[in-house]
Design a protein around this ligand. Structure first.
Ligand SMILES: [Zn+2]
Length: 337
């Protein structure tokens, strides 16, 4: 039997010397090392050997198995480490992109507007989205029969007819006046709701930013000056503006601020309804009744107020011509700004 073992050892050494790749190495494993391989077969034969030979046969066989297994392991490692996947790193490949979120264009516009007004000395105030009829209408000098109070224009809370989703940020003005003594100078950004058909120009849910300044002897000239400084910072020194008389229940006199159309630069187009101008803000001197509702004496104090639609300003800055695109949440649109 010892001779058989020596013969197998010679065979194994020759085979190992000729192995060139992982495939050949695996064939070697299947021939000699597995449970039904040549070495195991000799172990099997050992039980028929004469008792005197058994210790020598056992030692020789164990030695052979050890040699074969360790050589096999060594070659396996050699083939693994030289495989192309492990050996080469391609430094010219582009890196992995990690996408980060961006601010929504509406939020970005709002932040920028807040920055400019903060620079001009305005503080920031906020109020609830669910308002009562008093703060949303009565205190703001809306007559009892005003159409805005209609179900067609306002979302009322079903369980309580006096509660509604605020239709503008103006009720925050009343809340600020009730809680603060003049001089008051603040802006009120927030979400507002109107029961309107959704189309390219209007949504049922959008954002406004409202401004309020109350002090002794506040004049219309100050209102115009403040809005012009803001508008030039926001739209650039070369933009043209105009004030146009208007009407709101809560201001007297009232005006609207227009900017030259960004698309046609005043020549007239579809976006500006061929007027060459786009409305960007409503404004005016705070109505004495509103001051009274806020607990402020109109004989002593006066003030101005203004309000911007933030989506409208965003459309003007980005050139988007359909307001719905802002809230489709298509990242291909939103990432551009
Ligand atoms: Zn135009």
């Amino acid at each position: 039997m010892v001779e058989q073992i020596k013969k197998l050892e010679t065979e194994i050494r020759t085979t190992l010397g000729n192995i060139k790749d992982a495939v050949e190495l695996d064939l070697f494993r299947l021939k000699y090392l597995v449970k039904k391989g040549s070495i195991a077969a000799l172990f099997e034969q050992m039980k028929d050997a004469p008792p005197s030979e058994k210790p020598i046969v056992g030692r020789e066989l164990n030695l052979l198995r050890h040699i074969a297994e360790s050589e096999y392991k060594e070659l396996k490692e050699k083939f693994n480490s030289s495989s192309p996947a492990k050996k080469q790193i391609d430094l010219t490949l582009p890196g992995r992109t990690h996408f980060t979120g961006t601010f929504h264009p509406t939020l970005r516009t709002m932040d920028e507007m807040i920055d400019i007004f903060t620079e001009l000395g305005f503080g920031v105030a906020e109020g609830p989205d669910i308002e009562d009829g008093y703060h949303n209408f009565d205190a703001l000098n809306f007559p009892p029969d005003h159409p805005a109070r209609d179900m067609q224009d306002t979302f009322f809370i079903k369980s309580d007819k006096d509660l509604l989703l605020r239709t503008h940020t103006s009720p925050v003005q009343i809340r600020v006046m009730q809680n603060q003594k003049p001089p008051i100078r603040c802006i009120m950004p927030g979400r507002v709701y109107r029961n309107e058909a959704i189309n390219a120009r209007s949504l049922a849910e959008f954002h406004q930013i409202e401004g309020l300044y109350i002090n002794k002897k506040v004049s219309l000239a100050e209102l115009k000056g403040t809005l012009m400084v803001f508008a030039k910072k926001m739209y650039g020194e070369n933009s043209s503006f105009r004030f146009r008389p208007s009407f709101f229940p809560f201001t007297e006199p009232s005006a609207e601020l227009d900017i030259t159309c960004y698309l046609c630069h005043g020549a007239g187009c579809r976006i500006c309804k061929h007027s060459g101008w786009l409305e960007i803000a409503g404004c005016g001197m705070v109505h004495p009744n509103v001051l009274r509702a806020g607990g402020i004496d109109p004989e002593v104090y006066s003030g101005y107020a203004f309000g911007f639609g933030i989506e409208r300003v965003t459309l003007l800055r980005t050139g988007i011509d359909d307001i719905r695109l802002l809230y489709d949440n298509d990242v291909r649109v939103l990432r551009q700004f």
